[in-house]
Design a protein around this ligand. Structure first.
Ligand SMILES: [Zn+2]
Length: 341
C-alpha cells in the first residue's frame, strides 16, 4: 500500500460522517410533478402504462395537487387533453380550455404551489405533431409533410399567453421549434407578462422513452397519408451532445430563464456538459418510460422501488440538474418529508 494515509473510506464510517461530506442533496423543493388534465367532472382515468398516474378533471386535479402539497410537493407542470383536436391545434390557446381552467383553480385552491404549463401543439393537433404541417419545398414532390416552424411560432406564443393570463407561474415550451423562446418572450412582454419565466425544453431528444406519456397525453402522431410517423424532424438525435449545447445557447440568448434536458437518465452526460458551460438553472425530465421501467421492475419484486427511485433522482441532481420533473414527485416528497403520500 504506497499511500496508507489516503483512505477515503474513513469518511464513510458512520451516517453522521457521511452526511457531513455529502456533495448532493435531494429535497422536495427540487421536484416538479407532471399532471394531466382533461375535461369533465370527477374523472380519474388511470394511465395503464404508468401505475399511480391519472388523467384528471380539474376538480380531481386540485385534490391531487392538494395531496401532493401535503406530502411536500411545491411545483407541478400541467399537460392538457382537450375536448376537440384540429389541424392547427386551436384548443391550445382557448382561454376556457382545460389548462387555463386548471391553472386558475390551482392558483386559487393551492396558493403555495408553483404552477408550470407545458406549451406545445401535439396534445391539440389532430395529427399529433408539435406544430402545423405543410408541404415541404425542399426535396421535390412526393415528400411527406413537415412541421412548419415559422407558422407554428405565433400559435405557441398565443398558447403561452393564454396560460400566463390564467396565472401560470412558468411557461415551458416543449415543441422544439427554432425561435420559439424569442417569440413567446416577446408576446409575454408585450402583454405585460414580463415577470413570467420561460423554462425551455432546450434539449429534447426524439426517442422511445416517451411511449407511456403518449398514452397519458393522447399525443402520439397519428398515422395518415403524408403525416410524419415520428418527431425526428424537429426533436434532437439521441446521438448528439454538441448540438444540445448549441440548442441551449440559442434558447438562453432568446431569453430562456431555465433550460431542460429530456429524457433524464440516459442523457446525464448532456446535463453535466450544460452545467459546466451555462449558469442558468437546469431541469431534467425523468420521463414516462423511465418511470414505467422502475414501476414494472418493482411490481415484479426485482428492485426496491423506494430506494431505486431516490437514488435515481439524487443521481440526476448530482449530474447537475437543479430541478427534476418526475412522476415520482409525490412519493419521493413523502419519503423525504416523512409525511403520508
Ligand atoms: Zn409536442
Amino acid at each position: 500500500m504506497p499511500f496508507p494515509q489516503e483512505r477515503p473510506r474513513r469518511m464513510r464510517r458512520t451516517e453522521a460522517l457521511r452526511r457531513l461530506v455529502r456533495e448532493t442533496t435531494l429535497a422536495p423543493d427540487d421536484l416538479v410533478w407532471p399532471l394531466f388534465v382533461l375535461p369533465g367532472k370527477q374523472v380519474r382515468n388511470p394511465v395503464k402504462s404508468m401505475p399511480g398516474v391519472f388523467q384528471l378533471s380539474v376538480d380531481e386535479l386540485v385534490a391531487e395537487a392538494q395531496a401532493g402539497y401535503a406530502a411536500g410537493v411545491r411545483s407541478v407542470i400541467l399537460f392538457g387533453i382537450p375536448e376537440k383536436k384540429d389541424a392547427v391545434g386551436t384548443g391550445a390557446w382557448d382561454e376556457a380550455g382545460v389548462v387555463p381552467r386548471a391553472v386558475r383553480a390551482l392558483k386559487e385552491q393551492v396558493p403555495g404551489m408553483v404552477v408550470m404549463t407545458d406549451v406545445c401543439m401535439c396534445e391539440y393537433t389532430d395529427h399529433g405533431h408539435c406544430g402545423v404541417l405543410k408541404q415541404p419545398k425542399a426535396g421535390g414532390p412526393g415528400q411527406e409533410l413537415v412541421v412548419d416552424n415559422d407558422a407554428t411560432l405565433p400559435l405557441l406564443a398565443k398558447e403561452a399567453l393564454a396560460h400566463a393570463r390564467a396565472g401560470a407561474d412558468v411557461v415551458a415550451p416543449s415543441d422544439m421549434m427554432d425561435g420559439r423562446v424569442a417569440a413567446i418572450r416577446t408576446a409575454l412582454d408585450e402583454e405585460g407578462y414580463g415577470d413570467v419565466p420561460i423554462l425551455s425544453y432546450a434539449a429534447k431528444f426524439a426517442g422511445a422513452f416517451y411511449g407511456p406519456f403518449r398514452d397519458a397525453a393522447e399525443s402520439a402522431p397519428r398515422e395518415g397519408p403524408g403525416i410524419p410517423k415520428d418527431r425526428k424532424g424537429y426533436q434532437m438525435d439521441p446521438a448528439n451532445a454538441r448540438e444540445a449545447l448549441r440548442e441551449v445557447a440559442l434558447d438562453v440568448a432568446e431569453g430562456a430563464d431555465m433550460v431542460m434536458v429530456k429524457p433524464a437518465v440516459p442523457y446525464l452526460d448532456i446535463v453535466r456538459q450544460i452545467r459546466d458551460r451555462f449558469d442558468v438553472p437546469i431541469a431534467a425530465y425523468h420521463v414516462s418510460g423511465e418511470y414505467a421501467m422502475i414501476k414494472a421492475a418493482a411490481e415484479k419484486g426485482w428492485i426496491d422501488e423506494e430506494r431505486v427511485m431516490l437514488e435515481t433522482l439524487l443521481c440526476i441532481r448530482r449530474a447537475g440538474a437543479d430541478l427534476v420533473l418526475t412522476y415520482h414527485a409525490r412519493d419521493a416528497a413523502a419519503v423525504l418529508t416523512g409525511k403520508p403520500r
